[in-house]
Design a protein around this ligand. Structure first.
Ligand code: A2P
Length: 274
């Protein structure tokens, strides 16, 4: 388990690389000042993990913000994702590196299993072997899709990034990942904002003198998940990082676990978009 009393807890991935548990996610943040500001504010607030993707179209802004921040590049864990609508993960990561202005990313992920779970893995391994990506993983993969990759892999995926929150508490998927040495990364941990309005989350938050966002992020941290809340507002970015100075009791964790609407599924998504 990560040490959650540290203000920047990390966990060690199965390949030995260390990953900060809290990241700023920049899905749906347009390229340009909005994205640059969000990343800069996050770095100023102490985030050391930024999660972007080729499909987000904002890697150049992430790169500019990193360079302008004054934070040493080696101190920031950087994730990008292969867009499986394209053909070659190795060629595409090199384009990402150019846009990001870095020599390697820390983590490179197949964004979703379009065209089947295994075809891209060879290219992902080449990206890893050539040193363009220090770790490689997947996103939106079900257990069966993960097992298909593991079967053909020389280098196994070390993360699976999925939609995950108390309302999407995919317990079977999570347990299967952990038992295979795959760390789970929680995207949309606030339900893209929807879960912040839930009365039951608000009740826990009010009792603890916290905000609903902090409660949902803390729930993920206490499950040893990597968690990727998105915001473009400075006050919220700061608020979402103030999650290392309180604890949810076992009773609160249980209440939140009970919000699951997936039936503890082993599926990564209820409906796929590809
Ligand atoms: P905004 O970017 O305008 O600040 P998720 O991380 O689940 O994708 O949720 C992101 C959504 O939640 C965005 O709409 C974001 O809005 C909003 N959000 C993020 N942090 C907070 C917060 N602390 N309080 C209220 N809304 C938030």
């Amino acid at each position: 388990m990560a040490d959650l009393t540290s203000n920047r807890p990390t966990r060690t991935l199965a390949d030995g690389n260390e990953i900060p548990l809290l990241a700023l996610g920049v899905w749906q943040v347009p390229d340009g000042p909005e994205c640059e500001n969000a990343v800069r504010w996050a770095l100023e607030a102490g985030y050391r993990h930024i999660d972007t993707a080729q499909a987000y179209g904002n890697e150049a802004s992430v790169g500019r913000a990193l360079r302008d921040s004054g934070v040493a590049p080696e101190d920031v864990f950087l994730t990008t994702k292969f867009n499986p609508g394209l053909r070659d993960p190795e060629a595409e990561v090199q384009r990402s590196l150019e846009r990001l202005g870095v020599e390697a990313v820390d983590l490179y992920i197949v964004h979703w299993p379009q065209g089947g779970p295994t075809w891209a893995w060879d290219g992902m391994q080449r990206a890893h072997e050539r040193g363009y990506a220090r770790s490689i993983g997947v996103s939106n993969f079900n257990v069966s899709e993960i097992d298909a990759v593991r079967k053909v892999a020389d280098v196994a995926p070390v993360v699976n990034q999925v939609q995950f929150s108390p309302f999407e508490f995919r317990r079977e998927l999570w347990e299967a990942c952990e038992s295979r040495g795959i760390a789970l990364e929680a995207y949309s941990p606030l339900g893209t904002g929807r879960h912040l309005r839930d009365r039951r989350v608000a009740d826990v938050a009010e009792r603890l003198g916290r905000t609903p966002a902090q409660v949902l992020i803390r729930w993920a941290l206490q499950r040893n998940l990597i968690v990727l809340p998105k915001s473009t507002h400075r006050d919220r970015i700061e608020q979402n990082a103030q999650v290392f100075d309180f604890e949810l009791s076992p009773g609160d964790m249980e209440t939140l676990d009970g919000l699951d609407g997936t039936g503890g599924t082993d599926r990564a998504l209820e409906r796929s978009w590809w």
